[in-house]
Write a protein that binds this ligand. Structure first.
Ligand code: GN1
Ligand code: MG
Length: 380
């Protein structure tokens, strides 16, 4: 622990000096959770008080155009704060990320090694969940992610930049797996033929959204349930985070990612597959929350596919995790041997369960669209 925090402190010193943060850097530690960027919390002393900031190093292997990421982020966070100001609710600083400018006024800083950094005030008193413990939490998370898309519906200016083109191009992910399996650069295919075949058996699902004209929208694109911060005291869903992939897309991907990350009673990398499943009350809460959050923004064509979105995203993640396992774990951060394989197996099992329950999921969405059936939303 000592080693880690000392390293974090040393790493942060030049970063702290580059941003307009208040106080003197006293302590630092890494923030776990994300699979892509590196996040460090810096603790600063200001007149005897403690202030925390979140410093993030962008993964420029994944985000090849960090300037575009930061430009999107600047526009999106400014717009979210305008919306919050219009609502005049409490604690706007805890409800949307805010960029702390670098000393030169730009919203980022590039260090001597060419690494891109950004800084946010750290939002204290929150928690993240990787497994939702009940419908109330699911409802709140979904309402926050739905509200995010609703808030961005009137984002001024040109469309956002595509910061990660093809992120949800499922046919492309399918082709990538086939290609990686053919090349098998690490000799891992022999051990996972069963999983690859299981994934390829779902190939038609990759076409789900092909040929449809869905309205272009600014969406989040990475709505895994641990990308929303809950207030530690009240449990309220406070703030949507991880905004690098906010770009033009479809809320079906957002809703699907939320479903696949929230309906199962175990985390996305749980090894014990018999525990993976679909909790229907959680799904119902996600539908209610998302529809309420996104308000009237969703069209009928979008609503008609909500019940399939979770399967699409579980499939897409299974493809991506399998591809990365075959590639030698080059994209997603891994913490143990075969981590990506475990994630893939988990998503394949979830996919099978979502497909098995497809009829029930469709009924739940249909019922949620009806005016009033006497059902009430769980407490927020
Ligand atoms: C990555 O950064 P994080 O952990 O929130 C990934 C998502 C995946 C997710 C799977 C930019 O998200 O697409 O769904 O891992 N983000 C990117 O856990 O690829
Ligand atoms: Mg994240």
């Amino acid at each position: 622990m000592q080693d880690i925090s000392t390293t974090a402190l040393d790493r942060l010193r030049p970063v702290a000096a580059a941003f307009r943060v208040e106080g003197e850097l006293r302590a630092a530690w890494p923030l776990e959770g994300g699979l892509i960027n590196t996040s460090l919390v810096g603790e600063y002393a200001v007149d005897g008080e403690i202030r925390r900031y979140l410093h993030q190093r962008l993964n420029t292997r994944v985000f090849a155009d960090p300037a575009a990421v930061m430009d999107n982020l600047r526009r999106v966070t400014a717009h979210l704060h305008r919306r919050l100001a219009a609502r005049a609710g409490p604690e706007p600083g805890r409800r949307a990320l805010a960029l702390v400018p670098a000393r030169d006024g730009r919203p980022f800083w590039v260090d001597a090694g060419g690494r891109w950094w950004r800084t946010y005030p750290f939002i204290d008193g929150t928690r993240r969940v990787s497994v939702v413990d009940g419908p109330a939490l699911a409802y709140r998370a979904a309402r926050a992610f739905g509200g995010f898309v609703g808030d961005l519906a009137d984002l001024p200016g040109p469309p956002l930049a595509a910061t990660l083109p093809g992120l949800h191009d499922t046919p492309r992910h399918l082709a990538a797996l086939e290609d990686m399996a053919t090349r098998d650069p690490c000799g891992r295919l022999a051990g996972i033929r069963r999983e690859v075949d299981a994934a390829l058996a779902h190939a038609p699902l990759a076409q789900l959204l092909e040929g449809l004209t869905l309205p272009p929208r600014a969406v989040h694109n990475d709505t895994k349930v641990d990308n929303v911060l809950f207030d530690a005291a009240s449990g309220e869903a406070l703030c949507v985070v991880d905004l690098d992939t906010v770009m033009p897309g479809t809320p079906l991907h957002d809703f699907g990612d939320l479903v696949r990350s929230a309906v199962s009673p175990v985390a996305e990398d749980a090894i014990e597959l018999s525990a993976v499943g679909v909790r229907l009350p959680i799904f119902a809460a996600l539908v209610r929350g998302y529809l309420e959050g996104a308000g009237s923004v969703l069209t009928q064509a979008e609503r008609a596919l909500l019940h399939r979105a979770g399967a699409l995203l579980a499939f897409e993640l299974a493809l991506r995790f399998l591809t990365d396992h075959l590639a030698g774990d080059r994209y997603f951060r891994v913490q143990r041997p075969d981590h990506n394989l475990h994630r893939a197996r988990n998503q394949l099992r979830l996919l099978a369960e979502l497909e098995r329950q497809a009829g029930r999921l469709r009924d739940i969405v249909a019922r949620a669209g009806e005016p009033d059936r006497g059902t009430t939303a769980p407490n927020r």
